[in-house]
Design a protein around this ligand. Structure first.
Ligand code: HEC
Length: 267
């Protein structure tokens, strides 16, 4: 038992060291890539400490924002992307704090809202953080204003054909996307909860495809690129409170899903 825990601590330290080394080479350490509290729209009185803690504890691995020129140095998704995934699901501050704290304290594929990131970088390691420090960090993350960063900037890849032909995906993937397509096509409900549930169903199927370990390299990047906008809209649908807005969102989501058939074919 003792041996195991020592091993765990040692591997953790090695891991942290490796990440530090990565970060040492990364621009997230240089001042130009890091904005200060006020630039991030943060309140200097209440968020300064959380933001400083985030820089020292989280930016070891996470960049603040995407930087296409440093893509090969990324070991984790930029914090902007983390916020983009969690905020629409948890618009309420306390729920956001609870959800992010929970996943940081116990990262799992099952509860991940970022399946693409899990596939690309592997699951975030479980690291020990003090609850009160973590809360300050996550509250700052909630309040961070990335307004001056264009959404989707520097995102991985653009959807393209594979040398003029469609990418080949498994029959199972093809069927799942068809199901998403059908779910959206025929959908109509009078309760907002049904739309929230639809969002969850779509996200679940999408996550299943993104987690498929048989997709690697460029094919994976293309599947990831396809789901990028869909993922964002799905997160919004899951937490939408306004029935009219949810009703407007579904056809948009559906149109984006339809693009699949132009770029992918079944095995
Ligand atoms: C040792 C490297 C490392 C450190 C340090 C780190 N992260 Fe991560 N984090 C990752 C990786 C890799 C991912 C992508 C895989 C994943 O989502 O699990 C990730 C993903 C996340 C996610 C998304 C989880 C999901 O899948 O839904 C959140 C939230 C997050 N990090 C918050 C934080 C916060 C807050 C800190 C600082 C307290 C932090 N991370 C420090 C590596 C790290």
């Amino acid at each position: 038992m003792k041996k195991i825990s020592i091993l765990l601590v040692v591997s953790l330290l090695v891991l942290l060291g490796a990440c530090k080394e990565q970060a040492g080479k990364s621009p997230s350490q240089s001042s130009d890539a890091k904005a200060d509290v006020s630039e991030m729209g943060l309140n200097p009185a209440s968020d300064a400490k959380g933001y400083e803690l985030m820089k020292s504890k989280c930016y070891i691995c996470h960049f603040e924002r995407p930087d296409p020129s440093k893509r090969d140095k990324m070991v984790a998704p930029p914090m902007l992307r983390v916020q983009e995934h969690y905020l629409p699901n948890y618009p309420d501050k306390e729920e956001f704090v609870q959800a992010v704290m929970a996943i940081v304290k116990n990262p799992s594929e099952e509860n991940s809202l970022m399946p693409g990131a899990v596939r690309k970088f592997n699951l975030m390691p479980k690291l020990p953080y003090e609850d009160d420090e973590l809360r300050l960090i996550v509250e700052a993350l909630y309040n961070m204003d990335f307004e001056n960063v264009s959404k989707g900037a520097g995102h991985e890849s653009k959807l393209t054909l594979d040398n003029g032909t469609k990418w080949v995906v498994s029959a199972q993937t093809y069927k799942l996307v068809q199901e998403i397509d059908q779910n959206l096509e025929s959908f109509s409900a009078d309760k907002i909860e049904s739309y929230n549930q639809l969002g969850k169903d779509v996200f679940g199927k999408m996550k299943f495809v993104l987690m498929d370990k048989s997709y690697t390299g460029e094919l994976f990047d293309q599947i990831h690129a396809f789901f990028y906008g869909i993922e964002a809209k799905t997160h919004t649908l899951i937490s939408e409170k306004d029935l009219a807005k949810a009703k407007e969102l579904v056809p948009k989501l559906h149109a984006e899903v339809k693009i699949f058939y132009d770029f992918f074919q079944s095995k």
